[in-house]
Design a protein around this ligand. Structure first.
Ligand SMILES: [Ca+2]
Ligand SMILES: [Ca+2]
Length: 323
């Protein structure tokens, strides 16, 4: 509140917020509350190319698909005479789309299908839409909370018995207006999984622990207790995240980019937290040809040590996010 140190309570209400001042009014006419609003920044880079699409000339998904291709999105209105491909009849076909979906915000996403005759959608192991009773054009929706920058397996299935046919897949979230799920968020193949092979460890103190069961990436970590030991990740890309465990036996981590100290992060925490992002940067200058571009995710772990992640120039190995 302007002119006052009395706190203001902020309560989320139905997509908005209630602001409740405390203490006395600061003005006979009106008490003014000044707000600093920081827009949510999207995570990661959206570089998807679509989903793997398989079409069957039957409604039971049996046999070898008649057509396999990559679809940029699921946005079809075949109506009465259309079909996914010339080799697919206008009636009695099925389509299955598989791959990965990467949201850019950590929040609840609502998926919707417009389908005729049936539609099903899975995100990971969760079925968010399942309308398997043959129907005319109908909208079905389901909501699931997703983490920004994580690639979730997605499977979408559609069948058409007869008459008109339509299949569209939409999503929306507090930061995403309802739209056809865009090509840039869809990936036809599994993301490359990077582990410690992508890091170069220097210093004598590094040791390797496996199968700790604490939620480590690939269930293993490298750690060191020697100040000055470093882990270096070389990448081509415009952004990088540094992840490490936080716990009471951790210490300070120095993060360097291209040899310049960017941050010193205290990674201590009374409770053990795995895979915590301790440094993140986006919008680094482009240095290579466009075909070499991708985002990179580095991870490291250290104990009471100085660890550096350095971005070296002149290297050109694309590093898709791995987790
Ligand atoms: Ca039809
Ligand atoms: Ca139909």
């Amino acid at each position: 509140m302007l002119g006052s140190t009395a706190p203001v309570t902020v309560t989320p209400v139905a997509g908005g917020y209630d602001l409740t001042p405390s203490g006395a009014a600061t003005n006979a006419v009106a008490t003014v509350i000044a707000l600093d609003i920081a827009p949510v920044r999207p995570a990661g880079t959206a570089t998807g190319t679509g989903l793997k699409a398989e079409f069957f000339a039957n409604t039971a998904f049996t046999g070898t698909p008649a057509v396999t291709r990559t679809d940029a999105s699921i946005n079809y209105a075949w109506k009465y005479t259309g079909s996914p491909a010339p080799s697919i009849p206008a009636d009695g076909f099925a389509g299955r789309w598989t791959g990965y979906i990467e949201p850019r915000f950590t929040e609840a996403y609502t998926f919707s299908t417009l389908s005729d005759d049936t539609a099903q959608v899975w995100i990971g192991d969760t079925q968010v839409i399942g309308n398997t009773t043959p129907h005319g054009p109908a909208v079905d929706s389901g909501t699931i909370t997703l983490q920004a920058g994580v690639r979730y397996p997605i499977r979408v299935q559609h069948t058409e018995n007869g008459g008109q046919a339509v299949m569209k897949l939409f999503w929306s979230s507090p930061n995403t207006p309802q739209q056809i799920v865009p090509r840039s968020a869809l990936y036809p193949t599994a993301p490359a999984v990077l582990n410690n092979t992508a890091l170069t460890y220097t210093g004598a103190g590094w040791f390797h622990s496996t199968a700790r069961g604490f939620g480590d990436h690939q269930d293993d970590v490298h750690a060191t207790r020697t100040t000055g030991d470093a882990a270096t990740h070389t990448f081509t890309g415009t952004g990088v995240d540094v992840l490490t465990e936080k716990y009471s036996d951790q210490g300070l981590v120095d993060v360097y980019l291209d040899g310049a100290l960017k941050a010193t992060v205290d990674t201590t925490s009374p409770v053990r937290l795995s895979q915590q992002v301790i440094y993140s940067v986006r919008g680094l200058p482009r240095r290579s040809t466009p075909s070499d571009w991708s985002s990179a995710r580095a991870r490291t772990c250290s104990s009471t040590a100085s660890t550096c992640i350095r971005r070296k120039s002149g290297c050109s190995t694309p590093r898709p996010p791995g987790r």
